[in-house]
Design a protein around this ligand. Structure first.
Ligand SMILES: [Zn+2]
Length: 373
């Protein structure tokens, strides 16, 4: 594991370092060209500084962020010496939503830069979804046995299912879901999307690989839990030359042991490699006495290129927990949750800004380390 053990820098130093990153400066320059007039004249750099400070200090609201800016001289100086008004901040986030392509370009650039700074990033990945409870009451009735609720504060939220994590039980929740591809070596996100809670995780896999490819990341292996165990997921990963490491659901064929290696009177056949050209794995009789002494088995859900049950499969699958640790850090350390915004556009912007800050901080650290080395 090459997770950086360098302690996070002091908040002010971190906000300054983030604003100085070429990728963030390009975002500021792009927004400048859209002629933002934050009456009475707040510079774009100040506004972007406020967005970053909110994530760096894991603050739930703009109001709290602006209050901190008012009280914290060094932080205020770092963003240009002024405290924007609440109103200017809301207008600026509206502008960010209008100009999503600029933020998308910044995220693409930051992911590419993280990859350049750390060749380990993006080779082995894990995918999963994580619950984000809405800033809204989702109950069908206004109170127990009361009238049916006609309007939900967050009209884009829906009821979905969250899986058990650690000691927390799984169950239903009302809100949104973050779907992400995370690097298992660095535990940093690569591609992500937010959807309403009821949307199935399987449907997001292809889109996440498309986003990753746009950012120059083409993973060698992808680890997913049972929720993704379906032939179409294997097919789309194999078509992209990604080796699937997916937990098997105990279907009838699995109960019959069809995923296990072939056997003969000489014992269990041994794995002799995977051939992507043939799209098949090769297996050999342990004594070579059988005729033929080896067979090819076509890739499928039961017979992937990294076979189920092998040490290699198990070692890679252990990396899957990295995606849960990444979600935990985004939620608990970077202020991803609890959500204090409503609607899919705002939830998506909040998520992107939180992850931008996390990735930009990792990038600033990696660059500082390479300068020090
Ligand atoms: Zn044999």
């Amino acid at each position: 594991m090459t997770v950086s053990t360098v302690a996070p820098r002091h908040g002010v130093a971190q906000v300054t370092a983030l604003l100085d990153l070429p990728e963030v400066r390009a975002l500021i320059a792009g927004l400048d060209e859209t002629r933002w007039t934050g009456r009475p004249g707040y510079p774009v750099r100040t506004m972007v500084g406020v967005l970053l400070a909110k994530s760096v200090y894991a603050l739930p609201t703009w109001t709290r962020t602006l209050r901190l800016l008012g009280e914290h001289d060094a932080l205020r100086d770092a963003v240009g010496g002024v405290v924007p008004s609440d109103d200017a901040t809301y207008r600026f986030t509206a502008k960010m939503r209008e100009h999503r392509h600029l933020l998308d370009a910044a995220l693409d650039a930051v992911v590419r830069a993280v990859k350049d700074a750390n060749p380990d990033y993006g080779i082995d990945v894990a995918l999963d979804g994580s619950d984000m409870a809405a800033y809204s009451n989702g109950h069908r009735t206004l109170f127990k046995n009361g009238p049916v609720r006609e309007k939900f504060a967050d009209a884009d939220a829906s009821w979905g299912h969250r899986s058990a994590v650690g000691t927390r039980k799984g169950g239903g929740y009302f809100g949104h879901k973050l779907h992400a591809m995370v690097c298992t070596r660095t535990e940093l996100p690569i591609a992500w999307t937010t959807r309403t809670a009821k949307d199935a995780e399987k449907n997001e896999v292809e889109g996440l690989f498309d986003i990753a490819a746009r950012r120059g990341v083409e993973p060698a292996t992808a680890t997913l839990d049972k929720g993704y165990d379906a032939q179409p997921i294997y097919d789309l990963l194999l078509a992209r030359h990604v080796r699937p490491v997916i937990a098997l659901v105990g279907t009838l064929r699995v109960q019959r042991g069809e995923h296990k290696p072939p056997t003969c009177q000489h014992g269990t056949w041994t794995f002799a490699g995977a051939d992507d050209k043939r799209q098949a794995t090769q297996w050999r009789c342990p004594s070579r006495a059988c005729k033929p002494a080896s067979v090819w088995i076509k890739y499928d859900r039961l017979h992937p290129p990294i076979p189920h049950g092998t040490d290699r499969w198990k070692a890679i699958y252990r990396g899957r927990t990295s995606v849960e640790r990444c979600f935990g850090r985004l939620k608990n350390d970077a202020g991803l949750t609890p959500l204090r915004v409503r609607g899919s556009d705002r939830v998506s912007l909040h998520t992107d800004l939180t992850i931008l800050t996390t990735l930009a901080a990792a990038l600033a650290r990696a660059r500082a380390l390479s300068v020090a080395a």
